[in-house]
Design a protein around this ligand. Structure first.
Ligand code: FAD
Length: 699
């Protein structure tokens, strides 16, 4: 029907890890309650939509990946709209609203969304609704929820405007053609008023279930007089509010238990990024003393018999399993302890209401239950509100049910942020806190995201140690908290630390004692798509490296490589090299005392080290942080960057460190060039553009 087609809008999502897709699905689901129909597609399905001819409003949800790139699924689309030959009015007919997802811990926040937004604007498209930029660092929902709430009114206005425009066009056509078209114009008028009626009705439409349970109706979890809210306790006003909770997501997965016969799929089948390599761990070295705040380990892998290749500066990914005892615990809570080794067949539920439902790519069609919980699902993921909503239906205790409803409701948004998101509560924590909640395996498959492989920067050179690959990491520790009574280690680093415990030996002087161990432990790795964080092609160009803590990892690879090049090419010119390294204590976590060797043999021209927590007795305290030392070397830094066209590398696990370093560089440039700060910032931007100021920052 004509009227129905006018209520359509096009909904495109570009997802990397599934978040943008999940949000698009939420929009798709809510649309019905607002009398609208979302025609939803992955942005890569370019045969299913056509922006060149699109008349209805377009909603785009797009995430960001890597160092500010749009997700892989958007590459073709972005390439197409970046075409320089497109005229500036190419999309003048298009009205759109865009929601970008990103993480402000990374450089170029929401750059995937920003890139598409900017280009659509350049090509004449118009916003019918302000762009939303959601930050995973503080909680996507802080922007996503209000953005979706406001979307409906904006969409209806856009649709109405479009209809009025069409009405006017038709009216003009009507006047300019013949009298016989008059009934058509009347029809258009009628349609407009239908839209108005629709709008009025929709104001009363329920986008979510409104629950007006009163406190006395239920066996509420908050005891009288308890003023402190917690994960399981609520206090007024939340405990007394009528709640707006999200609509129940439709079930779409069906699990069929089979026998114990067969083999699990190979881990490589879980990875879409390319080839995986199973390689032995040949060495493990504890780089820090036992009393250091963080434990840093260096692992050496034997890649000699594989086709795995790398350059210093590259990163690679480690496929890691979930913690065995957490998997056991989960099986126990699900009442499936006896069935862990049974094969299960995972299918899309017949007749599901979920649009375009498919079995998640990271779940094999047939594998054992333990395999799914160990290798496929991120069981530590922070449960999303839609998951909490679904868990309400599996909870028998009325008080627990109400609290779960509160946590996923609009009224309980700050409780969610505080007690779930900021407390890093995972499914197991929830199941402990809400013991009457008994979800099914299919629900976990529907809601838990893919267990992602973890990335690490290579800390070696193939030239220096042929057939070997080293990397360095801190064992991530999460202390217990009121919402989470048990302390935990990071999924991957905790697993690696346990795996290599038998191999561990303390570092003696530099990279530890020599001698291969007879380890048979293997891990699966695969290359991470290439980046620009490589040594300058011309060895005569000087460079500066800034890498506090484990941020030093890639620079060890750089220096090993440079040392070998110097030995092999005595006639080459080599530029000077600077390393700024920082850690807490000189005698506890100075990761690479081997740096002195690089200094002695001339590979490293200048080594600047600072210790942030060592006490000092001298009158003028030494600098604590790498940015402080940089400022002390202002003239040299400016000379290398400006006069000698050198390179500047920053690596580390903290965005604020990277920001402090770039602030220091701006100040240095400004003072040394006698330019104002804005001018200095422009120079830094140019250096970034020319890939002479390079960052490798992870959080
Ligand atoms: P996870 O279990 O994934 O936890 C990691 C993060 O989740 C924490 O940092 C924290 O933010 C959050 N978190 C989870 N649970 C809690 C909780 N209960 N309380 C508080 N916070 C919580 N790391 C290195 O050590 N060395 C490297 O060389 C290195 N190189 C990298 C290169 C790249 C390109 C990238 C993207 C990352 C790199 N990383 C590196 C980071 C690394 O990939 C992992 O993120 C890190 O090792 C932690 O993994 P994990 O599985 O042990 O921790």
């Amino acid at each position: 029907m004509c009227c129905e087609s006018k209520r359509r809008f096009l909904l495109l999502y570009a997802t990397q890890k599934g978040q943008a897709k999940a949000i698009a699905e939420e929009i798709w689901q809510q649309a019905g309650a607002h009398g609208l129909e979302a025609d939803m597609h992955c942005i890569s399905e370019m045969d299913k939509y056509n922006l060149e001819t699109e008349k209805d409003p377009v909603v785009i949800v797009i995430s960001t990946t890597g160092t500010g790139e749009p997700p892989d699924t958007a590459r073709k689309f972005v390439k197409k709209i970046q075409d320089k030959t497109l005229p500036p009015d190419h999309f003048a007919h298009l009205q759109y609203g865009l929601l970008g997802l990103g993480d402000s811990e990374y450089m170029f926040f929401c750059n995937g969304g920003r890139t598409v937004d900017r280009r659509l604007q350049e090509l004449g498209a118009q916003h019918f609704y302000d762009t939303g930029l959601a930050d995973d660092c503080v909680g996507l929902e802080l922007v996503v929820d209000p953005w979706i709430d406001g979307l409906w009114l904006a969409l209806k206005e856009a649709l109405q405007l479009q209809k009025e425009k069409e009405g006017m066009n038709n009216a003009v056509n009507a006047v300019s053609s013949s009298l016989s078209t008059v009934p058509h114009a009347v029809h258009e008028l009628k349609l407009t008023s239908e839209v108005q009626n629709l709008k009025l009705e929709d104001e009363g439409a329920r986008g979510s279930d409104t629950l007006s349970q009163k406190l006395d109706d239920i066996n509420h979890v908050a005891p009288a007089g308890d003023a402190e809210p917690s994960l399981v306790h609520s206090v007024p006003p939340v405990s007394q509010s009528a709640l707006n909770i999200p609509a129940l997501p439709p079930e779409y997965i069906e699990v069929e238990f089979q026998d114990t016969q067969g083999e699990n799929p190979h881990l490589s089948s879980l990875i879409s990024e390319g080839r995986t390599f199973e390689v032995p761990v040949t060495k493990a070295i504890l780089l820090t003393r036992e009393d250091a705040v963080k434990t840093a380990l260096l692992l050496e892998l034997d890649i000699a018999d594989t086709a795995f290749e790398y350059q210093p500066g590259d990163a690679f990914c480690v496929i890691c399993p979930n913690n065995v005892s957490e998997v056991e615990k989960l099986l126990q809570i699900l009442g499936l302890s006896e069935k862990g080794d049974d094969f299960v067949c995972v299918k899309v539920k017949q007749g599901t209401k979920k649009k375009g439902a498919v079995r998640p790519q990271h779940i094999p069609e047939r594998s054992t239950l333990k395999f799914i919980l160990t290798w496929c699902l991120e069981i530590r993921a922070i449960p999303k509100k839609a998951f909490l909503r679904a868990l309400v239906e599996c909870t028998s205790d009325a008080g627990e049910k109400r609290r779960l409803q509160e946590l996923c409701s609009r009224q309980g948004a700050s409780d969610y942020t505080h007690f779930i998101r900021d407390s890093h509560v995972c499914l197991l924590d929830l199941l402990h806190a809400f013991p009457s909640c008994k979800p099914s395996l299919s629900l976990l498959i529907e809601h838990l995201p893919k267990l992602q492989a973890r990335s690490y920067s290579v800390s070696s050179s193939d030239l220096y140690q042929p057939g070997r690959l080293c990397f360095v990491f801190n064992v991530v520790e999460f202390p217990a908290s009121p919402s989470r009574p048990v302390s935990r280690r990071g999924v991957c680093t905790g697993w690696l630390a346990e795996l290599v415990a038998p191999l561990l030996r303390p570092s003696k002087s530099s990279q530890g004692t020599k001698g291969e161990s007879s380890s048979t432990e293997k891990i699966s790795i695969f290359p991470r798509p290439n980046n620009a964080f490589h040594l300058p092609e011309d060895p005569s160009v000087p460079f500066i490296m800034v890498g506090p803590g484990t941020g030093i990892a890639p620079f060890i690879g750089f220096l090993q490589h440079r040392q070998k090049l110097r030995e092999q090419h005595t006639d080459w010119q080599f530029g000077e090299t600077w390393l700024f390294f920082g850690c807490r204590h000189q005698d506890r976590d100075y990761l690479f005392k081997q740096l002195q060797c690089f200094l002695k043999n001339g590979t490293l021209t200048h080594l600047k080290v600072c210790f942030s927590r060592d006490s000092s007795t001298v009158e003028v305290a030494p600098p604590k942080y790498v940015q402080d030392v940089l400022r002390l070397c202002a003239k040299e830094v400016a000379r290398v960057l400006l006069k000698e066209r050198g390179y500047f590398y920053v690596c580390g696990d903290k965005k604020h460190m990277a920001d402090d370093v770039s602030d220091a560089v701006v100040d240095i440039l400004s003072v040394e060039m006698e330019a104002d700060k804005l001018e200095a910032m422009k120079i830094l931007a140019m250096l970034r553009e020319a890939k002479r100021y390079l960052q490798d920052i992870w959080s």
